[in-house]
Write a protein that binds this ligand. Structure first.
Ligand code: KIV
Ligand code: ZN
Length: 452
């Protein structure tokens, strides 16, 4: 950990706000399984549920509080006695419990949803936090729909709840309405104006209705927020919440812009994403940043060629750093010879250029008809191309893995794959050039063009 970088608290709400997304409800066993994975992932706070919402939610929060002991376990409550007491009942055996109280503060919510005045709202928020604080030392308050709330009134409510004992002030962009510059400015106003703010942590809770949840959360951090609320795979109400993996990896990949630390073990990200998808039955969108199946897949020839030479050409982070087993080269009609050659080698076939050219022509023809050329297609294609011929020198030299392995075994027959590193006759009896600086450059250039 770099000592001078501020530490950002990662508050995971996959099991509460995330669960509110259509098709994502989970039973107690499933929530427990995920809570253990969130623990391995290193999140600081797990919002385990909304205990008053149902018996099942209550029991899930209680079960998680009982067995997941490292992170803070939070339970949600509306700003009323019944909710707060129920939340505390579920949380009281947690090692580090937190009651999360929320109350809407925007005029639109006060007028149409709650039918209360601003003064009533202010008093209710203060009383609710007082009650929560009398039960639990760690109290978070969220003014729901904060980004559509009059900033002066918002600051008055925040003044009151800090005085009543709130230790975290969470600023929700409940309807995903704000934009980064505006949200950053709001956080700055809160930092400047709220009395006693130095005793509390400012938090950001962003929804993705305009696709800006992650950008808004990062803007809040830059403006002084030190907690972000997020979910795995960005699941959540409507368009979802800010995605945990995107926020964390933005900070890891761009410390020049986001010089902050988190306690996240990024190598556990992929496992968490896969587990959530498996538990909910909701697949991850293929092009989802960080966790989608295409996030590290390269199909275009130029890209494949570059990645094979040096992953940094087209990958800004390694798949391994987020726990993805390996970068996949998808063979399709945009793939180039370089990627095809590598895949053939992985299958145990080493070809000289001419032979590869032949395979490549057939491959492109096939890829035009089917979307992805899988290994079994490729093997079939190789077998077809390498039909027994009358020629004494086969066009293609198949080197199945077993033969190659036998060759490397003591006493095994030496097997010379094509192309060779030292001068060797190729399939046409023409010596292949020795690797030299100039030749290397030429090959690199040709490979680049091949990739097209
Ligand atoms: O989006 C929201 O306003 C919420 C609050 C309960 C924090 O989820
Ligand atoms: Zn929310």
């Amino acid at each position: 950990m770099t000592p001078d970088r501020p530490r950002i608290t990662i508050f995971d709400t996959t099991l509460r706000d995330g669960e509110q997304s259509p098709g994502c409800s989970m039973n107690q066993q499933e929530k427990l399984r995920l809570a253990h994975q969130l623990d391995r992932l290193g999140v600081d706070v797990i919002e385990a549920g909304f205990p008053i919402a149902s018996e099942g939610d209550f029991e899930s929060v209680q079960a998680i509080a009982d067995v997941v002991r490292r992170p803070i376990i939070a339970g949600l409550a509306r700003a009323c006695q019944a909710d707060i007491e129920r939340a505390w009942e579920a949380l009281k055996d947690a090692k580090r419990p937190r009651i999360h109280v929320f109350l809407a503060t925007s005029d639109i919510h006060l007028q149409y949803k709650l039918r209360i005045t601003r003064d009533q709202c202010l008093a209710q928020a203060r009383e609710a936090v007082r009650l929560a604080k009398s039960l639990c030392p760690d109290v978070e308050f969220s003014p729901e729909d904060a980004t559509r709330t009059d900033p002066d009134f918002l600051c008055r409510v925040l003044d009151a709840v800090v005085e009543a004992g709130a230790t975290t002030l969470n600023i929700p962009d409940t309807v995903g309405y704000t934009v980064p510059s505006e949200f950053g400015a709001l956080i700055a106003i809160i930092r400047e104006r709220v009395k006693g703010i130095e005793k509390a942590t400012i938090s950001a809770h962003c929804h993705n209705d305009l696709g800006m949840a992650v950008a808004n959360a990062l803007a809040a951090i830059v403006a002084g927020a030190r907690q972000v609320e997020c979910t795995i795979n960005g699941i959540g109400e409507r368009a979802g919440n800010a995605s945990l993996e995107e926020i964390v990896m933005a900070m890891r990949v761009r410390p020049d812009r986001y010089p902050y630390e988190t306690g996240i073990v990024s190598e556990q990200i992929f496992a968490a994403s896969q587990m959530l998808s498996e538990v909910t039955g909701v697949p991850v969108q293929p092009n989802k940043a960080i966790t989608g199946r295409n996030a590290f897949a390269h199909e275009a020839g130029i890209h494949q060629d570059g990645v094979l030479k040096n992953p940094l050409t087209y990958e800004i982070m390694t798949p391994k750093s987020v726990g993805v087993p390996d970068s996949k080269l998808v063979l399709g009609k945009h793939s180039g010879r370089h990627a095809l050659a590598i895949r053939c080698e992985q299958l145990g076939y080493h070809f000289d250029r001419r032979a590869l050219d032949d395979i490549y022509r057939r491959f492109v023809h096939l890829a035009d008809k089917i979307k992805h050329v899988e290994d079994h297609h490729l093997l079939e294609l190789i077998r077809e191309t390498h039909k027994p011929s009358t020629s004494a020198t086969p066009l293609i030299e198949p080197i199945p893995n077993a033969i190659a392995a036998a060759a490397s075994a003591p006493g095994g027959e030496p097997v010379k794959p094509f192309p060779m590193a030292s001068p060797q006759p190729n399939a046409f009896g023409v010596p292949l050039p020795i690797s030299s600086e100039g030749h290397h450059e030429q090959t690199q250039q040709e490979d680049y063009l091949w990739g097209v």
